[in-house]
Ligand binder design. Structure first.
Ligand SMILES: Nc1ncnc2c1ncn2[C@@H]1O[C@H](COP(=O)(O)OP(=O)(O)O)[C@@H](O)[C@H]1O
Ligand SMILES: [Mg+2]
Length: 220
């Protein structure tokens, strides 16, 4: 990481005050900012030097666009996601609401009572709408201990017209993530499934698929 990283934008936003870099992954930088007086996050997809510049531009534009689209679909399905304030394709950037909370993984590890049945319901709502998340680990769900609200983030690997396999992968990732953070993992996964079954008619199909995905993993 650079000593003093800065948020680089081709078309600078005048009314933006950059506060801190929250995360820098292989694909994106996440900055906490003040945007027209609102507590917000800038997610910027970063350049990949190994791709032809024009191709890289197009890929990053289409990925950020896809992420916004999936967030809109998730929200209309009743899944809590950050409010989208702006999409700036030229900068491969979206500006979204800052959610004050911690990652579900950290919340569970810190001993907070996290309502996994509600998480299961949200996943069920998403799948009922045909949408999958694609990277449904407990790092991509935020939790506020004060309000007990959740916020689903990071939809960049999701799908809009998902197959049973896509849905199975979502649940499988959730299950794996729960196993990695807690010493009573299967019970936690069962809580997720309870909520999932309650809202989604196709739940059994997905749950069967998760078993297949897992046995494939075992014998590979
Ligand atoms: N809207 C948000 N509010 C608060 N924190 C956020 C928000 N979006 C992202 N973050 C923080 O930044 C991290 C990385 O963001 P994410 O969208 O998952 O990017 P990546 O694709 O790099 O995983 C998250 O785990 C979370 O801690
Ligand atoms: Mg993430």
């Amino acid at each position: 990481m650079k000593e003093n990283p800065t948020l680089e934008l081709d078309s600078p936003i005048i009314d933006i005050e950059v506060k801190e870099l929250l995360s820098r992954g292989a694909e994106a930088e996440i900055w906490r900012v003040n945007w027209f007086g609102r507590d917000a996050v800038v997610k910027k997809r970063v350049k990949k030097g190994y791709r032809h510049p024009r191709l890289d531009d197009n890929i990053r534009k289409s990925r950020i666009k896809k992420e916004v689209k999936l967030m809109v679909l998730a929200r209309s399905a009743g899944v809590p996601v950050p409010i989208i304030y702006d999409l700036r394709l030229e900068d491969k950037t979206m500006i979204i609401q800052y959610f004050n909370g911690l990652r579900v993984m950290d919340a569970i590890n810190d001993g907070y009572e996290v309502d996994l049945k509600t998480i299961g319901k949200h996943i069920g709502r998403l799948h009922k709408a045909g949408v999958t998340h694609g990277d449904l680990t407990t790092s991509n769900i935020l939790f506020s201990p004060e309000s007990e609200n959740f916020c689903f983030i990071d939809f960049s690997l999701g799908e809009q017209e998902s197959s049973i396999e896509d849905m199975g992968v979502d649940l499988h990732l959730m299950r794996e993530a729960l196993i990695s953070v807690h010493d009573n993992p299967l019970e936690l996964y069962e809580e997720v499934l309870e909520g999932y079954r309650e809202v989604f008619n196709g739940a059994e199909g997905t749950i069967e698929r998760v078993k297949k995905i897992e046995s494939r993993g075992r014998y590979q």
